[in-house]
Structures are given as structure tokens and as C-alpha cells.
Design a protein around this ligand. Structure first.
Ligand code: GLC
Length: 444
């Protein structure tokens, strides 16, 4: 009898689990494929904080009170904002998608919303719908469009206070997550219905309650709501933890999957599509005193390393308060674009390989080719002006008979294949490129 009872209990538990299990719709699975097809995305952190030129956390780091900070809305008038010009610059850089902050931790919405007048149309002299204008411009350029949405809010009284934004002067006597949750649902419904090309939602801020593990964000409920409104909508969350049920891609902040130099990424790598986000300089929101821009070479090499780990790179720009992209960012975009025009086939539409990272670089592959990316040519042995690139091929690799090994930019290369599966390519040192010398190995 006891056994039967245990068996029935186990059966019920399984049923409960499977009742909860998220089954992505076919259009969602398709969207995941689309998401990974282009390895470069552009992240945009733009809000009234850009007016201060001190990054998107200035409400907290500047120790401002909410009503003082909010004055920035009254002077936010980015008259030079030209969504079409932005989208063209992203497209020319070789990007496949764009992720814009629709609302950051300061609670300011960059779209008209019935849920709060603290938004760009009702609360600024600018009065234009940035989320909507960029949605249209991205659609016109064939760029996928995604929106960042902060789960935490330093401004609203109904948001239960976490560990950040505690000095903004909220009274704190109206904290009510149920009320706040409904507010978020209203906004998310607006975003998904008013802008039909929103392909993904990118959540952030859940870590605000990580010192309070009993706090229930009701994420599965929110995710189910999103998928009920739009099954294809991809959901990602910058929680720095293992994937939560209902998510469709996994993200890593400031680190490649599997690395943790920034301290946000102890989590394991799951099976969902991957994305890492990184800043072009050191800041997300526009920061006037941050000139530490990464070079085009560093950024392209990061993109290549991401692709080699099966990951996208979401590369951030903090637009200026006048509506323009910083000139340093435009310069980087142009440089990346120039590189992508000759080389994107070795990153877009590729996956990782089973070949471990080599001292000289990394590898990617598509259905027809294996690509050897020489990122650190100094690690190659050289003799009489010839470099040797040695790579262990995965056991099932079959090399094409004709024109098997060449430079991606043109020119056949000599090679040898050893019995134990090592490919050795001979490459004239003079043909090495500064950013990434790509050897294409055609496979069957
Ligand atoms: C962090 C920062 C946030 C930024 C995000 C982007 O969560 O707090 O301001 O938007 O990283 O990855």
C-alpha cells in the first residue's frame, strides 16, 4: 500500500513538472535560429540619463533624488535623432539585429505608455516615440529588433525595494509587487502589440533582490504571459544564473561563455542560443569621460571569439543626448563593417567546432567549410618566411578533394594531412592579416 502511494505521489509530481514545462512554439524555434544566424548585434543604452553624460546608473551613482533626476526629462530633446541613419550605420557594420533599452532602472520609458506619464512622448519636449521610430527603421533595413526591459525600478513607489537605488527618496510605504507586476505586464503588452517586429525581450535587474532569495519575481508567469501574447518572442534575462524555465536564449555580461573575468558569469553554459554583451568603451549609457574605446581589431577579434563559442556578440553604444551616436562609435562601426564585408561568411551562419582553442586562434564552421582564424600570428612557427598552422581535425571531418585549403580572401595554400588527423597548412608570412587571417578548409 505504502509503495503504491509512493508510486502515485511520484507520478503526480512528474505530471506537475511536465504541466509547467515550457514547450517553445515552432515559430519560437525558428526565431532562435534567426537569432543565431547573425553573430553581431548592436546594444543601445539610451534614456534621459544620457543628458548627464555619466552612464545609465547616474540616478544612483550621482546620489540624486528622483525629482531632481527627473528634471532631465524636461530638457531631453535629441533633435538630431535619425533612426534611419542609425539603422543604416548598424547594417553597414554587418550587424543583424539591434537591442534598445525601452526602460532602464531609472524607470523612464522611451515609448508612449498608458501605464505611466514618465515617458518620452508625455514627459519630454522631444515628444517622439524612439522605440517606434527605431522599430520602423530596423524593419526597413532588415535588422531584427529586440528590446531591453529593466525588471527593477528606482522611481516607482510600488516596486519593492531591493539592494540598489535606495537613496532616491522613495517613501517606501506603497511597495506592492502585485501592483508593479501588473504595470510591467501592461507595458510588455504595449511593446509587443504596438511594435509588431519586436523579436525578443532582454530582461535585466533581477539581481536587485539576490540578497533576498525568498523574493518571488513570478518570472515563469511573466514569461508565459509573453509567450501567450507572442509565441515567437525570444526571452533572455541578464540574471547571471542558470537559465530559468521559459527563457529562449542565454546571455553573458562582459564575458565570453565559459569565461568569467568580469565576475558576473559563474553560470554553466546551457543548450539555448548564446549571446554575450560588451561595451565599446567601458560604459553602457553615454559617459562623457570615458574615452577608453576598444580598437576595431579588439572588437572584431571579440566577435570572432564569440562565434567560435557559438555565441552572438551584442556590442553596446551609448547614444548622445543630442540624438547622435558618438563619433568614436561610428568610427568603430565603420571599421567593423569594412572587415565584415570581406569576412562575414566566417562568422555569420557559423557554429563552434570540436577543435579546442589553439595558441594562434580559434575555429568556426558552416555546412561547407571549416574556418581557421589566426588571431595571434606570433604563436605560429615560422621558417624561411613560411608559417605552419597545425590543427587537429575532428575525427569525422572529410576534406574536399579540389581547392581544399585557401585563404578566405583568395589564394590556394599548401597543406598536409597526417594519418592521425592533423592538418598542417603552409602560409606565407607576408599574407598574414592584422586582425584575423582566415584559412578556409572546404569540407564534404
Ligand atoms: C548591468 C548594468 C546595467 C546594464 C546591463 C547591460 O546589469 O547594471 O546598467 O544595462 O548590465 O548588460
Amino acid at each position: 500500500m505504502k509503495r503504491l502511494f509512493l508510486f502515485l505521489a511520484a507520478l503526480l509530481a512528474c505530471a506537475a513538472v511536465s504541466a509547467q514545462s515550457y514547450v517553445p512554439a515552432p515559430e519560437n524555434l525558428q526565431a532562435r535560429e534567426d537569432f543565431s544566424r547573425h553573430r553581431l548585434g548592436i546594444f543601445l543604452h539610451w534614456g534621459i540619463y544620457s543628458t548627464y553624460g555619466q552612464g545609465e546608473w547616474y540616478l544612483q551613482t550621482g546620489q540624486l533624488k528622483n525629482e531632481d533626476y527627473a528634471v532631465a526629462a524636461q530638457s531631453f530633446n535629441p533633435v538630431k535623432f535619425d533612426a534611419a541613419a542609425w539603422a543604416r550605420a548598424f547594417k553597414d557594420a554587418g550587424a543583424g539585429y539591434v537591442t534598445l533599452t525601452s526602460r532602464h532602472h531609472d524607470g523612464f520609458s522611451m515609448f508612449p505608455t498608458k501605464a505611466s506619464s514618465y515617458n518620452i512622448v508625455d514627459g519630454t519636449p522631444f515628444g517622439r516615440d524612439v522605440v517606434g521610430e527605431l522599430a520602423e527603421a530596423c524593419a526597413a533595413e532588415g535588422l531584427r529588433y529586440q528590446l531591453y526591459y529593466s525588471l527593477l525600478d528606482w522611481m516607482r513607489e510600488d516596486y519593492p525595494q531591493g539592494r540598489t537605488g535606495l537613496a532616491t527618496g522613495r517613501k517606501g510605504d506603497q511597495q506592492d509587487y502585485g501592483h508593479y507586476f501588473d504595470f510591467m505586464k501592461t507595458q510588455i503588452r504595449e511593446l509587443l502589440t504596438n511594435y509588431p517586429n519586436v523579436a525578443a525581450l532582454w530582461f535585466d535587474g533581477i539581481w536587485d533582490h539576490d540578497e533576498d532569495p525568498d523574493f518571488d519575481w513570478r518570472m515563469p508567469e511573466l514569461y508565459a504571459y509573453i509567450h501567450s501574447l507572442k509565441p515567437s518572442c525570444l526571452i533572455g534575462n541578464n540574471h547571471h544564473k542558470e537559465v530559468i524555465e521559459g527563457e529562449d536564449f542565454q546571455m553573458f555580461e562582459r564575458d565570453l561563455p565559459g569565461e568569467n573575468t568580469a565576475g558576473y558569469s559563474g553560470q554553466g553554459i546551457g543548450t539555448l542560443p548564446l549571446e554575450m554583451c560588451q561595451t565599446m568603451n567601458g560604459s553602457w549609457g553615454y559617459r562623457i569621460n570615458d574615452p577608453w574605446y576598444k580598437s576595431v581589431k579588439e572588437l572584431v577579434q571579440l566577435l570572432v571569439r564569440a562565434a567560435a563559442k557559438n555565441s552572438n556578440l551584442l556590442l553596446n553604444i551609448g547614444p548622445m543626448p543630442n540624438g547622435e551616436l558618438p563619433p568614436q562609435s561610428l568610427e568603430r562601426l565603420a571599421g567593423i563593417g569594412a572587415w565584415m564585408r570581406g569576412h562575414s561568411v566566417a562568422v555569420d551562419g557559423t557554429t563552434s567546432t570540436q577543435i579546442p582553442e589553439q595558441p594562434w586562434g580559434v575555429t568556426t564552421r558552416n555546412d561547407e567549410s571549416l574556418f581557421l582564424h589566426i588571431l595571434s600570428p606570433d604563436a605560429l612557427p615560422v621558417r624561411d618566411g613560411l608559417c605552419k598552422v597545425v590543427v587537429p581535425l575532428p575525427p569525422d571531418t572529410k576534406i574536399a578533394r579540389k581547392d581544399a585549403v585557401s585563404l578566405l580572401t583568395g589564394g590556394r595554400l599548401g597543406y598536409e594531412l597526417s594519418k592521425d588527423g592533423f592538418l598542417t597548412v603552409t602560409l606565407p608570412q607576408a599574407l598574414l592579416e592584422d586582425i584575423d587571417t582566415i584559412i578556409r578548409v572546404r569540407t564534404l
